[in-house]
Write a protein that binds this ligand. Structure first.
Ligand code: SF4
Ligand code: ZN
Length: 329
């Protein structure tokens, strides 16, 4: 986490534009769409009678962000502490140096990871390639940062990256990511077929088990690890009002798949509606508030009440879930 964001797997978020179109079930409670609805609402109503934001949906113009070139300034201070998320004193230092801030002193400096972006989808079909080209040109110039290009539109992303970079592939400081969609797990193949050096998958919100394997020629193959496989997987439950349940066993299963397949697992948060059953009741730290819900197959089923509204404080989790690994680079 860094000074510019509360998302624990990156240090800053870069939104070249604002706006998108809901694409999958996982988008139902998109916080960015909600923010747009509050700030720029239209008189049009969505299917459940709420006003919609003016930058969301097909045919709605996206908003080009004026401050987008601030990323050039970040590139001049490309290191941050992995514990406190702050830049080194006087802005100088090198990867691996110990943080010298008095209130920290325990972290080491790492390269700033920039998530592109939290209020947009960079492979959005509603956006012209002129905007996208400007984003990629600028990111190419910022060689000291790491860019995390995350999309749900794996097909568009694959076509754009092949067209722009060909077999050479994009530069090493670009990581390509896709959001896992439970009803379209096969879309992960687009990520595998895009020539990124580092590939990552975001399983957020985790609404069901994630199947990180596929079948071909009567055999089962793993999407994880290896030269063209996925290097890093982020797991997280949904937060915010109306959050849908996330079952602890699905996250545990995801971590197991990563360990077996050679990818680095990163658990971001439990979410606001974490459920567990008998098998996990004793894994939680002492004092955890478990609210009994219905019996499932005769076993107790509980919802976990966290002090952190997003369930993002690792101290409140079972130990086996306190995993925040990164791919080796
Ligand atoms: S693709 Fe991302 S930004 Fe776009 S609506 Fe879905 S969750 Fe929101
Ligand atoms: Zn520090």
């Amino acid at each position: 986490m860094g000074a510019g964001t509360l998302i624990p797997w990156c240090h800053d978020t870069l939104n070249w534009w604002i706006g998108c179109t809901k694409f999958a079930e996982e988008c139902a409670y998109c916080y960015a769409a909600e923010q747009d609805r509050r700030r720029f609402s239209l008189t049009l109503k969505d299917p459940i009678g709420r006003t919609e934001g003016s930058h969301w949906g097909p045919g709605r113009p996206r908003h080009l962000v004026k401050s987008r070139l601030q990323v050039l300034g970040w590139n001049r201070f490309p290191f941050v502490c992995d514990a406190c998320g702050k830049q080194p004193i006087k802005g100088t230092g090198a990867i691996g140096d110990t943080c010298r801030r008095e209130d920290c002193g325990k972290g080491v400096l790492e390269r700033r990871r920039v998530f592109t972006g939290s209020l947009m989808d960079w492979a959005d079909e509603e956006v012209s390639d002129a905007w996208r080209d400007e984003l990629f040109r600028t990111a190419e110039d910022c060689r000291d940062l790491i860019f995390l290009f995350l999309t749900k539109r794996g097909r568009n992303a694959m076509h754009y990256i092949w067209k722009r970079y060909g077999v050479e592939g994009p530069p090493d400081h670009f990581w390509g990511g896709m959001s896992y969609m439970h009803k379209r797990p096969e879309d992960v193949a687009y990520l595998i077929n895009t020539p990124w050096r580092v590939r990552f998958l975001s399983v957020e919100p985790m609404l069901a088990p994630a199947n990180l394997c596929y079948k071909a020629d009567g055999k089962v193959y793993n999407y994880l690890g290896g030269p063209n496989g996925i290097d890093w997987v982020i797991f997280g439950g949904e937060s915010g009002p109306g959050a849908r349940p996330c079952n602890i066993t699905h996250i545990q299963d995801g971590i197991r798949q990563c360990r077996a397949g050679g990818a680095a697992p990163f658990v971001k948060q439990m979410g606001a509606n974490m459920v567990c059953d008998n098998a996990n009741l004793y894994d939680w730290p002492e004092g955890t508030e478990l609210i009994e819900t219905d019996l499932v197959h005769g076993f107790a089923s509980c919802r976990v009440k966290f002090r952190d509204p997003k369930g993002g404080d690792m101290a409140e989790w079972p130990e086996d879930l306190r995993v925040r690994d990164f791919p080796p680079i």
